[in-house]
Every structure is written in structure tokens, then in C-alpha cells.
Design a protein around this ligand. Structure first.
Ligand code: SAM
Length: 186
């Protein structure tokens, strides 16, 4: 779909109960819009289960990991680190530099926060990127950033090993069972 190496999304911080839906939506958005993997804090097990379940049903490849060492993940990542923050440089000004920096490299880690993130993250990040410099949400910021990164090519992605597929249509809600689709093709 694109030339870049692995694109990983890190959800930095999670408050069980309060952040459950947001963390789940970070994972679903990462999957739907072309990332290869999401890393959740290890107290976000319910969100991980939901994203895995969607991947099982609607296809992949897409990996979900639970880790307790978020600081170390960022510190030790060998590729390029992008931190999405309303205080960052404008996405439209740096998207080309980010694409260039990951060509042939060790991949890209995109970090999104929930509550306050440590200052060390701003310092470690190769790019602090704002999707507008207005406060909004990690889900919206991630969606726009991924679409800019992939220049829209992620919208044409094919999904592997899906049990079901949604038929795009002007009106109606048709979901095709992959087994039926395969037997129709025989
Ligand atoms: C509730 S917001 C916290 C806002 C925070 N003061 C900040 O640094 O962006 C949670 C997360 O949403 C993301 N976010 C919010 N507004 C953003 C923006 N304009 N551009 C990029 N990311 C944004 C950031 O990843 C942030 O950590």
C-alpha cells in the first residue's frame, strides 16, 4: 500500500473506565487507516480485546499489544517518533519531512496522549505535530495524521482473512459473509 516501514501507534496513558472508549477508538482508527500495530498500556485489556475482535471479523493484518513500559518504548524506539500534540508544528508543514524520514528506515512510532504526557516525550520526539493548533481529540488527530502520511492511499486498502465484508452502497446495510462469497466464486 505504501513504501514506509512499519507504522506503530502508541496510546500513551489510559484511565480505566474514563478512557475505555477513546482508547478503543484509537486502536480501531489506527487499524482502519493503515497503521500496522497499536500498543496500549497494560491496564487497557478490554480495549485490546475489542480491537482484536474487530480484526478477527473484518480482517487485517493488524496487531494489538499490551505493554507496561511506555516511557521505555518511546525512549528505545529505533525509528522515527511522531508525537501528536496541539502545540506541535503544523501537519501540513511537516508531513513531507516525516514521509522522507521513514523511507528505508526502522519504522514510525506515532504517540497519542490522553491526559498529560511527560515533557520528555516532547524532547524525544523527532516531530511534535499539531493537526491544527486547537485542542480536540487523539482519535481525530490520529485519523487526519494517518491520512496525510499515506496521502489517502490507505482508503483503498484490501483486508486479509476477513470473515465479513461491508458492501458499500448509497442506501442500506449489507454485510457479506466471506465464506458465502468464496463459495459463490467457485
Ligand atoms: C485531551 S487531548 C490533550 C491535549 C493536550 N494538551 C495536547 O498536548 O494536545 C489528548 C490527546 O489528543 C491529541 N490531540 C489533541 N489535540 C490535538 C491537536 N490539535 N493536534 C494533534 N493532536 C492532538 C494529543 O495526542 C493529546 O495528547
Amino acid at each position: 500500500m505504501h513504501d514506509a516501514r512499519e507504522v506503530v501507534v502508541l496510546r500513551y496513558g489510559h484511565r480505566p473506565g474514563r478512557d475505555d472508549r477513546m482508547t478503543t477508538h484509537v486502536g480501531l482508527t489506527a487499524r482502519a487507516l493503515g497503521a500496522d500495530r497499536v500498543i496500549f498500556p497494560d491496564n487497557a485489556g478490554q480495549s485490546a480485546e475489542t480491537v482484536r475482535d474487530i480484526t478477527d471479523r473484518f480482517g487485517g493484518p493488524f496487531a494489538v499489544e499490551l505493554r507496561d513500559d511506555q516511557k521505555a518504548i518511546v525512549r528505545n524506539f529505533e525509528g522515527v517518533v511522531v508525537h501528536l500534540t496541539m502545540y506541535g508544528e503544523r501537519v501540513q508543514d511537516v508531513e513531507g519531512d516525516v514521509r522522507e524520514s521513514i523511507q528505508g528506515g526502522d519504522g514510525l512510532l506515532i504517540v497519542v496522549g490522553g491526559e498529560k504526557v511527560p515533557w520528555a516525550l516532547y524532547e524525544r520526539a523527532d516531530f511534535n505535530v499539531g493537526v491544527t493548533n486547537q485542542p480536540h481529540s487523539e482519535v481525530a488527530g490520529l485519523a487526519v495524521f494517518l491520512d496525510r502520511l499515506f496521502e489517502g492511499t490507505e482508503l483503498d486498502r484490501e483486508w486479509e482473512d476477513a470473515d465479513r465484508r461491508v458492501m458499500p452502497e448509497a442506501t442500506g446495510k449489507t454485510v457479506i459473509d466471506a465464506d458465502e462469497e468464496r463459495s459463490d466464486g467457485d
